[in-house]
Design a protein around this ligand. Structure first.
Ligand code: HEC
Length: 125
């Protein structure tokens, strides 16, 4: 009877070790790369992704030439204050009245890229 316990447990041990690394790897991937969708936020630049996203989804109202909103930010100098005081991130991340764009939030990856750029210091890069 005493011999029964080791004989049952030893064959099951490798299963426990197989399950653990798979779970940990998935968690790390989500933290590092911002989700299972494969959104790359590692080298977001103002002159690259940030301007691209804003041009496509914001400048129709927020450029000097359009100026529907009365708050143009189509240059680095005019965008920077909104990045630094938190207005930019709260407008793009908070659904409801005041959300930007007004028609509905941008997709998660675009928002994560803007956020990564702001959190890295909102540099003119
Ligand atoms: C259809 C026009 C339109 C689009 C597109 C649009 N906005 Fe706006 N936005 C407005 C208007 C109008 C206001 C002023 C009313 C208000 O504060 O909600 C505003 C206000 C803002 C403000 C606050 C400005 C201030 O002086 O406090 C920010 C920041 C902002 N928008 C960011 C964005 C961003 C970022 C995008 C693109 C992701 C965007 N908006 C797209 C019309 C637009």
């Amino acid at each position: 009877m005493n011999n029964l316990i080791p004989r049952l447990c030893i064959p099951l041990l490798p299963l426990a070790f197989l399950a653990l690394p798979a779970g940990c790897y998935y968690d790390n991937e989500e933290d590092l790369y911002g989700g299972a969708g494969g959104c790359d936020t590692t080298s977001v630049r103002y002159s690259g992704e940030v301007q691209n996203i804003l041009q496509n989804q914001c400048y129709s109202c927020h450029a000097v030439s359009s100026n529907v909103a009365g708050s143009p930010f189509d240059t680095y100098a005019t965008l920077k204050p909104y990045a630094e005081d938190g207005t930019l991130l709260s407008r793009i991340n908070t659904p409801g009245p005041g959300q930007m764009p007004p028609t509905g939030l941008m997709n998660a990856c675009d928002r994560q890229k803007i956020e990564a750029w702001v959190k890295a210091g909102a540099l003119d890069n």
